[in-house]
Design a protein around this ligand. Structure first.
Ligand code: SF4
Length: 337
């Protein structure tokens, strides 16, 4: 566990918000980008839990710190980013204390990741079968050739692709099929948690829904949890059990998906909700959120959202906000509550 180098920006009564034991417990996580001008804090005191079998959504605009958190918990942050404080516990193990060997076991076996650029994640000169078997041979070297072949075929079948496609090259598959292959690889070692970082952004809406429904079925069958990261809030509400909304490196609201959709409290969450058209009901004018996310080299003092907030009060620019539980399981960081 790393020592916390800066005071916690967010206090969170997670014990009351999370009843069952957590598979993943992140506490007061801080990530800095070390620039020649000094550290720039990209993630500031983030805490949340993911329960076994849960889909936990992390939403927010680009640059809000969503992907940085995912990379931090996998310990694959590219330099100059460093984890400067907090703790990450996975099934009771301290991820930030793991050595290289332990990390190798942890990645793919305990936690796998479907990356943002999944469309390009496959090697164009290897067949999809060889790419699945590559992961199997690396982590389960005792498998015979026949066993690895059978498992690769089974994995393709799980994601709805004919086993005859084992010999296909990525360019011979549609975008949706390539994405399913990437998911098959992520499932290869039966992980307990799958991180999906904008997994369907590059696909059309119909294929997107189809793949997400299939992942939901697989999750129920195989029992893994999902950390689902996207900027598409309507997709997230449909697909997640609980959702945390991020703004400028901090969680500003956390609640069950239905509660967040029906009763968004933070002005930023309300703005995000108004940025997407409703799938049903009468047509409404989309209002969106004025202004742009802050420059993280100099985030605004007090509430980081105050320059864009339509409910701002005199003390909002002076006093930092802390996440507080305002209803069972519903936490918000805003001076209005
Ligand atoms: Fe708006 Fe103030 Fe709440 Fe920040 S703390 S979201 S500025 S009302």
């Amino acid at each position: 566990m790393l020592s916390t180098s800066a005071p916690a920006a967010t206090s969170l009564s997670l014990q009351s918000a999370v009843a069952s034991p957590a598979l993943l417990a992140i506490r007061d996580l801080q990530v800095d980008y070390m620039t020649p001008q000094g550290p720039v804090r990209a993630v500031n005191g983030v805490s949340f839990d993911i329960k076994p079998g849960e889909v936990f959504g992390l939403a927010g605009e680009s640059g809000s710190g969503k992907s940085t958190i995912a990379h931090a918990l996998m310990r694959i942050l590219p330099p100059p980013a460093v984890i400067s404080g907090g703790s990450v516990l996975f099934d009771g193990d301290d991820v930030l204390d793991m050595g290289l060997e332990e990390l190798e076991q942890f990645r793919w076996r305990s936690v796998s990741m479907v990356f943002q650029s999944a469309m390009n994640a496959l090697n164009p000169v290897l067949t999809v079968g060889d790419q699945i078997k590559d992961v199997l041979h690396t982590h389960q070297p005792w498998l015979t050739k026949q066993q690895a072949n059978a498992r690769a075929a089974e994995l393709l079948d799980i994601v709805g692709i004919e086993k005859t496609r084992l010999s296909a090259y990525p360019h011979q598959l549609s975008g949706g099929m390539r994405q399913r292959v990437v998911i098959a690889i992520a499932l290869a070692l039966k992980p307990q948690l799958m991180i999906m970082d904008e997994p369907t952004t590059a696909l059309d809406v119909v294929v997107q829904k189809d793949i997400l429904q299939q992942i939901e079925t697989l999750k129920d069958e195989l029992g893994f949890s999902i950390l689902f990261i996207t900027h598409d809030l309507s997709l997230m509400v449909e697909f997640s059990d609980r959702i945390a909304i991020m703004y400028a490196g901090e969680i500003v609201e956390l609640a069950a998906a239905g509660e967040l959709f029906n009763n968004p409290l933070h002005p930023y969450t309300r703005g995000l909700m108004n940025s997407f058209p409703a799938l049903t009901g009468p047509k409404e004018v989309l209002t969106g959120i004025p202004g742009s996310p802050p420059d993280m080299r100099q985030p605004p003092p007090g509430c980081r959202f105050h320059p864009r907030c339509d409910r701002t009060m005199s003390h909002c620019s002076l006093t930092h906000t802390q996440l507080r539980e305002v209803a069972p399981g519903h936490l918000v960081a805003c001076h209005l509550y």
